[in-house]
Design a protein around this ligand. Structure first.
Ligand SMILES: [Zn+2]
Length: 374
């Protein structure tokens, strides 16, 4: 029996180790093709299991799916306490209350359909999975500032329909007096699309499209292993939120698409990416950047890219937000002390350390030369 307590056996049966021995590998099995857990019900999202599977100990990789599911679920449970699990259960009931009563205006919005949702340039970049896909994705993107990528994404008709669907949902809330949860602590208006049935459509959007972009540009924050999302719309203007203070998102990667309507103002101001420790550090001149929204156009950036939204001074502005998260990245982050690959301040501190080391070395060498000359 191996020292870690797992028992590899014939006929595909792998005995589960005792709870204290549950463990994952620190590096993923890159060539392992994980199972799908879509049809298995548990308190955790199925995508999480597919992502985590690459980190299983070798003797479990080809175990029956049920065995792997049970093993990973035990690990995940150790990280979520009972309070969290109750909250998840309550939230599931809340969603069920909405979806069993709300009548959608456009059912076609609830299932991802690339040809009716996206502009042709966007579809063409992703549709064929060949060696040139990365290059095609890069070719539809502009990078107006470091770490911020912009591209044309949604068809005008899709934007109109989604706006109408959200208005229909809000009308239903008013009529039925239903108490809804707002998208986050900073927006008093807006709606969580996941809560009224768009969860799986947005999961597909993340899986089939956003994941490929994130892998290219944001692999340093887990862009290669996005496994859950929070999808919502926010509304700015008269009788709505006016602006949004300086903040970061609870996401690894954020997709932000303007749906319309007509508006003035509402620009986003960016101030560089920071880790928790350096959240309040000054922005460097090259990190200061303003972005003006265009309906149908998207930007994508790291969730920890500090920013805010200026007041929408006229009309109404509605944006679709998709916060994409990686449980693997969050787990790995706990074991790191600096974030040189993505935090502007950690990078600055490292440059200073290198500079000091070089200076010290030079002084030492110089002294050595002086001594040998004397
Ligand atoms: Zn930092």
């Amino acid at each position: 029996m191996p020292s870690d307590g797992t028992l590899p056996a014939g006929n595909g049966i792998v005995q589960l180790p005792t709870t204290s021995n549950l463990r994952l590998q620190s590096n993923p099995w890159q060539n392992h093709n994980p199972d799908s857990y879509e049809d298995l019900q548990s308190e955790f999202t199925p995508l999480l299991f597919s992502s985590l599977e690459r980190y299983l100990p070798q003797n479990l990789l080809n175990a029956p799916r049920g065995t792997k599911h049970k093993y990973m679920r035990e690990i995940l449970r150790r990280y979520s306490n009972e309070g969290d699990r109750n909250r998840v259960q309550k939230h599931r009931e809340y969603r069920e209350r909405i979806t069993s009563n709300y009548q959608p205006l456009y059912r076609s919005l609830y299932e991802l359909n690339a040809t009716t949702f996206f502009v042709p340039s966007f579809i063409n970049a992703f549709m064929v999975n060949d060696n040139n896909r990365d290059e095609r994705i890069k070719s539809i993107m502009s990078q107006p500032a470091p770490g911020v990528y912009a591209f044309d994404m949604l068809q005008p008709r899709f934007c109109e329909m989604l706006l109408a669907e959200v208005e229909n949902f809000e009308k239903w809330i008013c009529e039925t007096n239903f108490k809804i949860m707002r998208p986050n602590t900073m927006n008093k208006f807006g709606a969580v699309l996941d809560d009224f049935g768009m969860d799986s459509m947005l999961d597909n959007l993340m899986e089939d499209f956003i994941r490929h972009i994130s892998k290219l540009f944001f692999s340093d924050v887990g862009g290669y292993a996005l496994d859950s999302h929070h999808g919502f719309v926010i509304q700015y203007g008269f009788n709505r939120d006016t602006d949004l203070g300086f903040h970061v998102d609870d996401s690894e990667v954020t997709l932000n698409v303007c749906l319309g309507k007509q508006f003035s103002g509402g620009e986003l101001y960016f101030r560089g990416v920071r880790c928790d420790k350096h959240m309040n550090a000054e922005a460097l001149p090259e990190e200061i950047f303003d972005y003006s929204h265009v309906p149908g156009h998207a930007i994508i950036h790291r969730g920890r890219h500090r920013r805010g939204a200026r007041p929408t001074t006229a009309g109404q502005r509605v944006n679709l937000l998709l916060w994409c998260r990686s449980s693997v990245f969050r787990e790995l982050r706990k074991h790191q002390t600096d974030f040189v690959s993505w935090c502007g301040e950690c990078q600055q501190k490292m440059r200073e350390r290198v500079h000091q080391a070089v200076t010290a070395k030079r002084v030492k060498l110089f002294r050595g030369q002086e001594e040998s000359a004397s």
